[in-house]
Each structure stands twice: as structure tokens, then as C-alpha cells.
Design a protein around this ligand. Sequence first.
Ligand code: PMV
Length: 359
Amino acid sequence: MANMQTIASARAHSNIAFIKYWGNRNQALRLPANSSLSMNLAALHSTTTVRWSDELAADSLAINGEAPSVAALRRVQAHLDRLRRRLGTDLRAQVDSRNNFPMGAGIASSASAFAALTLAAVAALEQRLSERELSALARLGSGSAARSIPGGFVEWHAAEAHPGSFAETIAPPGHWQLEDVIAIVSRQHKGVGSTAGHKNAGSSIFQPARVETAAARLKQVKQAISQRDFALLARVVEADSNLMHAVMMTSQPALFYWQPLTLAVMKAARGWREQDGLRVCYTLDAGPNVHCICVADEAPAVAERLRALSPAIDILRSGVGGGAVVLPPSGASLCKGESATCPLSPQITLPQHSAACTK
Ligand code: PMV
């Protein structure tokens, strides 16, 4: 009997949250305590190839060509188990995942990695799932991965049950030319990862207040995006980031992600806006690096000011990215430009899709 083997590759972008996800109502299903909202990052992505085969005795994983930690392998195996159940297969998988941003730059890769893994795994079995279901499935691997399936500006809905908690585009990438100028102030791997942090969020007395008021902030950010109102965006994005870090710092045990330079960048970004009129604001994930969100025209000035602030700061820049896409089989030409303009969509999950992107 012929061996059964099937393969596909997918690419997904990282995202930066304007309204944060911190804490779950259901840990195992990664059902978030509150809805969140993010922007995909065109320049930062994971590319993942999944090969399902009946010749494999066990799942395997390589990250940037290297063997992963035991914990990373277990997490991916658990996700493959969920995908096997949903897709009706008992094949094992060989997974190769590569990030185009430097590992250990303190930029989380779990969102882009689990989104790309989910899409590649589905596409390799030549199955078609809706964008919503792909998003909900990616969420089970890493919460914020739900937001890396759709493109542009994305809202992830909190819900009581698994299928209802998915993310969707609220505005396409071209709607507003924003940039994320990331100030890398530390390259150290974070001591406490977000999975552990989410579990602990409820131990802060501030978490209920943050969660109760998140919907109002999300509504304001949606309004700011729809009207391209930077002043409103800046006010709410900074407040939401501050609230998440207040919860982190008051959890038990307390989580302090900031370094002295983190605070210096936050204060500087606020000053550049309030005193100099630059359209820039800050937001932080579960780490010390500062994402300076600005209008694209002002990104060079923001980068220059960051460099002048300290020689210890490294900079990554990204515009708004598109959704996760299945890549043409190797040999076919890849999409030109960013996937934001690529017509391949997660709904088109045929691995043999050879219509190369024309834009
Ligand atoms: O998807 P996770 O479990 O890595 O959680 C991400 C949490 C934050 O990055 C801190 C906030 C967010 O909404 O992205």
C-alpha cells in the first residue's frame, strides 16, 4: 500500500494588542476574560510547514531549524492532538516553524506561530474551514493567535464557549497607515510566560476592574480606528496597557516586566506627543520592550528619537499586516509584497493553490 503523506506551508503575522487580553475565564480552552483588539504586524511573521505522514512514529518540531525545548514540543503536540480530533486523522506530523524576526529579541512568536501552524495543518489535509473556525482553533494553542488569522485591525470576541470565541477583521490593513516602532530594550527571554501570567491574573484586586471596563475601552478604540482619530487611540491604548501592567504588578506573585529603559521610553513617547505633537503612543506586551504606535509618516522621526534616547535600544519597525495565508507549493512564486495585498485567504486552504498573487 502506498504511503500516505501530505504537506502544506502557511504564513501568519505577529500582532500587537491595543486592548489587551490578560486572564482567562477558562484556562484549558483559553477563553479570555475580556474581548481584545489588535493590529497585525506586516514585517513580523512565522512560516510553518506541516507534513502529515503515516510513516512518522511521533510528532516532531523544529523552530528556526533547531530542536525546541521539551515544553515547546509538548505544547505543539497538544495542539496537533486538537487538530487531529477536529480534522479526523490519526497521522503524526513533522512541523517546521521559522520566524523572520530574531529569536530572543523579546518579541513573542506564539501568536504568529500557532496561527501559521493551525492553517498549515488544515491546508495539508486539504480541508477547508471558515476563517472563524481557524481563528477559534488557533486560540486553543495560544490565545492571541486567534487574532493572527484575520488581517488588518482585528477584534477577538470573548465568549462562554469554544466556537464563539474567535477573531475577525474590523478594518483592513489599508484603512489606516499606522506603524509599530518597537523599542527593544532587553533581549532576555521573559522569566514568566504569558500562559502562567494569565493563570495568575485573578490574584490581583485590579483584574475585576480592568475586565469590567475593557468593553468600554474597546468601543473607544474601534471608534478611534474607524474615524482615524489618533488622539483618542493614544489615550485609550496607553491606559489599557497601563491597566494590564498594574494587574501584573499586583498579582501574587507580582510580575514586573519593566526595565528602567522601558519607563524611559514610555515617558518619552508621551512627551513627544504632548509637547511636540508627534502622533505616537506606547503599549507593552508581557515583556519590557515598548511598542511605539504611530502614524506611518512619523515613524522615521520616532525611530530617530528612540535611537537618540539610548544606544542600548534596538529598533524593529512594522506597518499593518494582512491575514494568515497558505503559501504556494515550493517552486511556485510567492506573493509579491506583503500578504496584506495577497488574495489568498484562510478560506482558500487548498495546498495546491498555485494562482500566485499578482499584487
Ligand atoms: O497569547 P498569549 O497567551 O501569549 O497572551 C498574550 C498576552 C499579551 O500579549 C500580554 C496581550 C495581548 O492581548 O496580546
